[in-house]
Design a binder for this molecule. Sequence first.
Ligand code: PXP
Length: 247
Amino acid sequence: MILLGLNIDHCATVRQARYQQADSTVGGAVEPDAVALAVLAERAGADGITAHLREDRRHVQDRDIWRLRESIATRLNLEMACTPGMVALALEVKPESVCLVPESREEVTTEGGLDVVGNRDRVKECIDAMNAAGIKTSLFIDPDEPQIELAAELGAPWIELHTGAYANAYFGEGREAELQRLRSGCVRGHECGLVVNAGHGINYVNIAEVRTLPHLNELNIGHSIISRALFSGIEEAVIEMKTRMNS
Ligand code: PXP
């Protein structure tokens, strides 16, 4: 069975659009509450909750992370930049996993994943710190062999393959080529002994193909599920995606 990690960032984005200046992230008139959403999503079958605490705090806030840590019953996956400040915070929060993502231009590969090859020492320091604390590190990378192989060499137990290029190509040229890149990436990751996750731009349509990728452990999905939840509620949105992932 492919697991579902629900990314709640876009719920926090809606809150911040109105309540950026509010003292609190919840209570009174402040809504929507991304933590309440996460708890409901878990009850509907989400296998983990992902939140990206960006350096600029544009959507998820520190308090959301602490409230998630206390409230959710599955797994907390903290997406973060590979910086000393975020490493220190992760060591305090102790999520089950962290996913290292690029935030500054220098860290990004051409396709948009973390450039592990170009940031080898910094990424290694981060992985070492997490491994020592018993927190799994996932690296959000393009499905390219050098990135995948280095992830394994540096001791990251997990990778999350960036599905954005595939999702962007879905209705145009290059879709099959991008899908094949992802397939090869999954196979190479598995051969290297990595747990292979994937995410970005996965929706209720392209999931029919994404789910055919080999060796997939978990998909991290945010935008499409949060969008559908506006109409159906989060429980139905999660159940529908899980059904499409594994039917
Ligand atoms: N995985 C990672 C590493 C991400 O940064 C994001 C987007 O925030 C997602 C998955 C989810 O992407 P989407 O919101 O397009 O489903």
